[in-house]
Design a binder for this molecule. Structure first.
Ligand SMILES: [Zn+2]
Length: 480
């Protein structure tokens, strides 16, 4: 019998008591993912059975480092009219948490290809490479063998395989579920030339539609990476294989049918959540709900990877607002999964790497997270019942924002910079000031967090190397 996968916290005690008493409304209050309570949310505690197939959902907030989670938590709370600092995101109540070392085989500050390989295949890869060992860069090309992908390991055990991403489905993180690519840029057939063509390497798109790749469901962006012939290969993949590109077609599907579906809603990446047109593109939570219903209907057990891919892109563009809106979208997707799954499903939430994104100055509690740094009341103001001061001025006599980027393409702060106003810095398109001018803001190298609940979650603790996450997945699902 499996151990009950939870540390017995005050929260789980409350939830257990709720279940025993069947006081549904009282439990709902405790389990409310938006509650501004020191008791973080967590799904109902259920003891896993040995007879039901096990499932696992790996949520990846691309670039969702700890400063992004903290800012996202405050942003989410404030946008709901709650106090932000003590607010909790849906996954912050998971009982098992670890810090994760993210370095690539050859890079101190990693990229998503190497980190996704570590998480899903269990070894550190070179930066920019997907599921190829560092000393065997053409593995998987032509007839060269390669270590099995997560999709292959799962399908070999009879599990179904799904992936959901707001990025192109051929982008590094989703591609690491199912493909081998010495270069993450070999997404489409047009990218296969020179050494790639000579070595018999296939594009990531070609690998996705190949029935041997063992992907049952893929929802995201990036249909321009696929040729018409490849879309037809998917449709002819056997059984009821469906290919769609529109939100309307998606809405007409019945997830309970358990059909194999490739849904690509945009030519490239899907829209930022802040810009998404609801009739054209489903939300990350809607895609997650559909995937769980579709995969569950098969009765096989499943592994599902869900990526909030555009947190990373908004950070690269130096725009905190869109990054935080996409953290909210991930938060809602995880909340959806918590509500829909039980004790036989392991939930993991992590980031592949962090960004040079900071929360700084000494803003007062409750200060708008996107705003100018405004200080708490001084002792003198408190004792004399006086209002606090306005925005703090830097040595250049200009105010500054709480959120910032160490580097990037945003405006550099210098003597010619205009004085910032609260209106300007809280506008959706504002790009925070940077110290080091670069064409694009970069990843950063500090540890990220991994949150876990469900079977096998007790392995998530302490400080772990990123390639150990694959061992957690494999143990939870009995893959090797
Ligand atoms: Zn990135």
């Amino acid at each position: 019998m499996r151990p009950i996968p939870h540390v017995f916290t005050r929260k789980t005690w409350l939830l257990s008591a709720c279940l025993a008493m069947l006081i549904t409304q009282a439990c709902k209050k405790i389990n409310d993912t938006t509650a501004d309570s020191p008791l973080a949310p967590q799904s109902a505690v259920q003891k896993p059975s040995d007879s039901t197939p096990k499932s696992l959902i790996l949520f990846i907030g691309d670039g969702m480092g700890l400063s992004t989670i903290t800012a996202g938590r405050i942003f989410d709370g404030q946008s709901k009219g709650l106090s932000g600092e003590g607010h909790s995101l849906s996954f912050e109540g998971f009982g098992n948490v670890a810090l994760i070392k993210t370095y690539n085989f050859d890079a101190q500050v990693p990229d998503s290809a190497g980190t996704a390989t570590a998480m899903m295949s269990g070894y550190k890869a070179r930066i920019g490479t997907i599921n190829v060992p560092p000393d065997n860069l053409l593995a998987g090309c032509g007839d060269r063998p390669a270590p099995p992908t997560l999709a292959k390991r799962a399908s070999a055990k009879g599990l179904s395989v799904g992936l959901v991403s707001t990025a192109r489905i051929t982008h590094a993180t989703p591609a690491a579920v199912f493909s081998h690519a010495p270069s993450r840029n070999w997404e489409a057939d047009k990218d296969i030339k020179g050494i790639a063509a000579e070595s018999g390497c296939r594009s990531i798109a070609a690998q996705l539609v190949d029935p041997a790749t063992a992907v049952n469901l893929a929802l995201g962006g990036g249909h321009k990476e696929f040729t018409d012939a490849q879309k037809q290969v998917w449709r002819e993949g056997g059984g009821d294989h469906i290919y769609i590109e529109s939100g309307a077609d998606f809405g007409a599907l019945n997830a309970q049918d358990g059909q194999d579906i490739l849904g690509l809603f945009t030519p490239s990446h899907m829209s930022y959540e802040a810009d998404r047109k609801k009739t054209d593109e489903p939300s990350l939570a809607e895609m997650t709900r559909f995937a769980i219903e579709n995969l569950s209907a098969r009765g096989t057990g499943y592994v599902l990877m869900v990526e909030a891919g555009r947190i990373d892109h908004a950070h690269h563009g130096g725009n905190a607002y869109r990054a935080l809106r996409d953290v909210q979208a991930l938060n809602e997707a995880v909340a959806t999964a918590i509500d829909m799954t039980g004790g036989d499903t392991t939930l993991l939430v992590t980031a592949d790497h962090s960004h040079v994104f900071t929360i700084a100055g000494y803003p007062k509690r409750g200060n708008p997270i996107l705003g100018l740094v405004t200080p708490p009341q001084s002792l003198e103001q408190l004792l004399n019942d006086q209002e606090g001061d306005g925005p703090v001025l830097a040595k250049d006599d200009k105010p500054y924002t709480t959120l910032g980027y160490h580097n990037g393409s945003g405006p550099q702060r210098n003597d010619d910079s205009p004085a910032l106003t609260d209106n300007a810095v809280q506008a959706p398109d504002f790009r925070q000031q940077v110290a080091v001018p670069l064409g694009s803001e970069t990843h950063s190298g500090e540890d990220v967090a991994l949150y876990a609940q469900g079977p096998g979650a007790e392995r998530v603790r302490g400080v772990m190397d990123q390639d150990e996450i694959a061992a957690v997945i494999d143990a939870a699902l009995g893959l090797r």
